[in-house]
Ligand binder design. Sequence first.
Ligand SMILES: [Zn+2]
Length: 465
Amino acid sequence: MYETVIGLEVHVELLTSRKIFCSCSNSFGDGINTNCCEICTGLPGAVPVFNEECLEPAIKAGLVLGCRINEVTRFDRKNYFYPDLPKGYQISQLYVPLAVDGSVELKGRTVHIREIHMEDDAAKLMYEDGKTIVDYNRCGVPLAEIVTMPDLTCAEEVVEFLEIIRKDLRAAGVTDGKLEQGSMRVDVNLSVRKPGDPLGTRTEIKNLSSFKAVSKAIEQERNRQIGLIEQGLPVMQQTLGFNEQTYEISVKRTKENSNDYKYFPDPDIPPITVSREMVEAFRRKIPELPSVREKRLVSEYGLRPEDSATLVRSCDLADLFEASSKISRLPAVTLNLILSSIPSEGRLPSPEDLAFVAGLADSGKISSGMAKTILHETTVNGTDPRRYVEEQGFMMITDEDQIRSAVLKVLEDPSNGKAVEDLRNGKDKVLGYLLGKVMRELKGRADPVLARKVLCDNVLQKSDE
Ligand SMILES: [Zn+2]
């Protein structure tokens, strides 16, 4: 009987070679405090200079999420003290962010994007044996912060949203989106209300670094707020932390609005002009997005949405599927072969080779097991599938007499006597065992459906006698 109202702030680290306001390297995993200079550690007198390299991934983020890109954008200082922020302010964008008014389509809902702004990341604090280690390598790493409207209503929708934007932003080269390395981090703003009531007081859960943590935090915080309201207690506007091991929520700060930060335009960095030509040039470099491709494969090839999602997870597999289906015109068989018959240890088959095997499978000349064998030969040993099939005489045996003689041989073999007896007494479990023997007689080439039928018929006939 309570509705949950959720808005998100998603930080993604932009893929650039250098930091946003200095020339230090933007790379993850280097030795602590090795990628720092007077600018990113905020020494007095150091002057930040905007690294224009950041515009490409940041503008692409705006385009991917359907935003309008502002023609002039500016940086502002967000003033606060924290040990991970040596210069005493973050350089962010409050008044004129880079991109505004976007949207993302979920299955049942549109999520509006209020804005995307650029900013510098803070240092990383690590706690060890009662000490705090500060790694300034992360200071000045370029971020895009994606701010949604409060359009989401539950954890499932939030995860669906995050999965879509992560896939699409990665495909467009905006970010590597590695949650475990902190290059994608999520803040959840959440309130509850009874249907029809005005919005409740919201809290903000900061810095969630896995989809599981996001789900758990939403569930916990929703229950906590409802508990307070049911007891007649107020929900306080607070910034919360979430322990991803214990699932505990802790209060970090109480009540915080933008005027607490005394924002003002950064006097060191001139406004940035973004030309239409630049935006269009970046737009042309964005490939077809996974979210778009998933829908297209469903409508163009009649795939089920879940199969389409599985394929699109790997760009190479989706490319192979499309190229091979265009040759064979057998998308269903092709999908099946890709999902179940391509060995993980080999290279991918060429679209032509896969189309050839799909054609054989579709015509009933080979079984699925044989398709798998042929694809294994092709991808692991590099054999031409046409030659392989010809040399091996590798066609499915569909001649009933030939199969029957193999079945009779198996049934009459004394070492199978017990199994045959069991099958006659209705113990179906031994059917697979005997069928395996029949297949071995025919070197794996028997039509499995026919072999099964012939085997069953013969066992029953014998018991009728
Ligand atoms: Zn630096």
